[in-house]
Structure formats: C-alpha cells, structure tokens
Ligand binder design. Structure first.
Ligand SMILES: Cc1cc2nc3c(=O)[nH]c(=O)nc-3n(C[C@H](O)[C@H](O)[C@H](O)COP(=O)(O)O)c2cc1C
Length: 316
C-alpha cells in the first residue's frame, strides 16, 4: 500500500483529531500498528504568522513515521507558501483539511466550507501540490449538506489537481459527527477516481473495517473516535483479530501516555490533557466513575499516578 512514494505497512490509518491526535497519542497508535498517523489540524495562517501554539501542534518524532501533517486554509498562496516553508520538516505527507465542520473554521471559508467552492478546491490543491515534493492528500466530507452532496465531483477535482490520495468521511458538514456515516459515498468516490481512497466514519473494530473495505472497495480505512482511549485498536486491525487488552495493559498504556505528555508539553498541560484521555481509557473499568470524579482535583503527574494506583490497582 502506497500514498505517493510513501510505503505503508498496512491499510489502517489514524485519522486527525484536534485535541486528541497529538504526538504522545500518535506514538502510541503507531506502536500498536497504525500504518500512518495524522497530526491535529494546523492553520496555514497561523504558520504564516509564526503563532507559537502551532509549534507544539507540529512536534514530531522519527518513531511515529510515516506521519501526515494536516493544514487548513483556503487561500492558495498562503497554503502554497506554508507547504514550501515546511518542506524540510520530517512529515511524510501533507494533508489538506476540507472537512472541518466547526463554525469558526467554516465561517472563514476554511475546512468543509471549501466543498461549496469546487473551483477554489482545485486552486488550493494545485497550488499546494506545486509547492511541495511531499505527497499531498485531502480530507473531505460527503458534501456540505444533504442538498449539496458533491464528494465525487470534489474528489475528481482533487485527483486532477495532483493529489496522491483522497480521504472521505461519509457525513455532511451539517451532520457534524451525528447519525450513521454513509459508506455508499465512499464507494462512489472509489469508483470515480484512480488515486487511493481512504474511507472514514464509524469504524470501531476489525469487523467494521472489513465491512467497509468490502462494501466500498476503499484502499485504506481510517479510525478517529474508535482510537480514543484505545490505541490498541490498531493491533486488532493490523493483526486481523479481535483484541481486548487486560486491565494491566490499559493502566500501563495510560501511564506511558502520561509520561509522554509530560515530556512533550510539561506538567501543567500534561495533567489537563490526560484528564480526558484517562476518562476514555477507563470506560467500563471497575471503579472508573470514582476515578473520574477525582480527576479534576489532580494538579501534578505524581498525583495522577497515585490516583490511578489507588483506585484502579487497590491491591498492589
Ligand atoms: C474530537 C475530534 C476532532 C477532530 N479533528 C479533526 C481534524 O483536526 N481534522 C480532520 O480532518 N478531522 C477531524 N475530525 C474528524 C475525524 O477525523 C473523523 O473524520 C470523524 O471523527 C469520523 O470518523 P470516526 O467515526 O472514526 O470518528 C475530528 C473528530 C473528532 C471526534
């Protein structure tokens, strides 16, 4: 499996998630077998103005590669300039976000708003492709709303503009993340283009992934929410059989995640980031609701470890 010149070890990809797919989480997904991981979205404008928060969003390590950097924006010149500016940074693929549904992004004409402007889609993708030697991929939705389902038209423009792959989320912008993803649109895109298609939406197990591949013919499958608090889903996908980690493994991964957050973001941010991840990791575990209610009071990494040991491993 290849995207441009980038060889992938299997077909399973970690989809980008703002606020979730930071470097620590990507490292864990990659260790568990994800063939490609993707950063949180980064604003091309913020890159242009050297915004310091984007530096944190762009932290990467060789162990996570291949890794894709996702940028968003709708001005072809700025997008191209930033693609060029990060040319020497160790990202393997450059991904363009044309799916984000959030009002503050859409109201600026970025993210999924681009799907309303096919001409501009072509201009943005062509400009970025010309500006970089990295393979360029584009993440789109089914359409902007139920009356404008145009993923096939947009995907063809993306292909004609030189992109190396297209990533399709089977929901419209107005659906956000609600309702069932429509996999038939992924099949329609796959039937219409020659570049690899990454199918996305509602894959939470190996069984789901097989069903998506069978129903749509997509080349790769990406997982977003199904990996939250469960980076081991990539082991299940890569090995092709159900995988349920023991409580000990969950706790070990949680602790590694804490250590990686501490290393990469410092204690203040690490503790705050980990509160949500710990809620996800411990879903369904004994005493997890008690742990959750106490997470808000924790301010240091040491106390976080102590709380996990006290509540989840009371006999050790
Ligand atoms: C918390 C969260 C943040 C997301 N951030 C991004 C993002 O930065 N860029 C992007 O293209 N998609 C983003 N998405 C969309 C996901 O990549 C994916 O398309 C969507 O969640 C459907 O896949 P799933 O059913 O596997 O979750 C985000 C989704 C969630 C839940």
């Amino acid at each position: 499996m290849k995207i441009g010149n980038i060889e992938l070890k299997n077909r399973y990809v970690l989809a980008p998630m703002a606020g979730v797919s930071d470097l620590p989480f990507r490292l864990l997904c990659s260790e568990y077998g994800a063939a490609l991981v993707c950063t949180e979205m980064v604003s091309a404008k913020a890159l242009h103005y050297h915004n310091k928060n984007t530096v944190e969003l762009m932290q990467t390590r060789p162990e996570e590669r291949p890794v894709s950097l996702q940028i968003f924006g709708s001005e072809p010149d700025i997008m191209a300039e930033q693609a060029k500016a990060i040319e020497d940074q160790p990202f393997d693929i450059l991904d363009i976000n044309m799916g984000c549904p959030m009002p503050k992004i859409v109201n600026n004409g970025d993210g999924s708003a681009l799907m309303k402007n096919p001409k501009l889609v072509g201009e943005v993708v062509s400009a970025v492709v010309k500006a970089t030697v990295k393979p360029v991929t584009v993440k789109i939705r089914k359409g902007f709303d139920a009356d404008h389902v145009n993923a096939v038209e947009i995907a063809k423009i993306i292909e004609d503009s030189g992109a190396a792959a297209v990533h399709v989320h089977g929901r419209t912008r107005t659906q956000y993340y609600e309702g069932k993803a429509d996999w038939s649109i992924i099949k329609a895109v796959k039937d219409a283009v020659k570049i690899p298609v990454i199918g996305n939406g509602d894959v939470n197990s190996y069984e789901d992934a097989c069903r998506m591949i069978e129903e749509t013919g997509c080349d790769m499958v990406s997982v977003a929410r199904g990996a939250k608090g469960a980076p081991w889903i990539f082991k299940e996908l890569a090995e092709g059989k159900k995988y349920t980690p023991s409580n000990e493994e969950r706790i070990e991964v949680m602790k590694r995640h804490i250590a990686l957050e501490l290393e990469t973001k410092g204690e203040f941010t690490a503790v705050r980031e980990m509160r949500k991840h710990i809620c996800w990791y411990t879903t369904g575990m004994k005493n997890s609701s008690h742990l959750r209610t106490r997470l808000a009071e924790v301010e240091t990494v040491e106390k976080l470890y102590e709380l996990i040991d006290e509540i989840l491993c009371p006999n050790t």
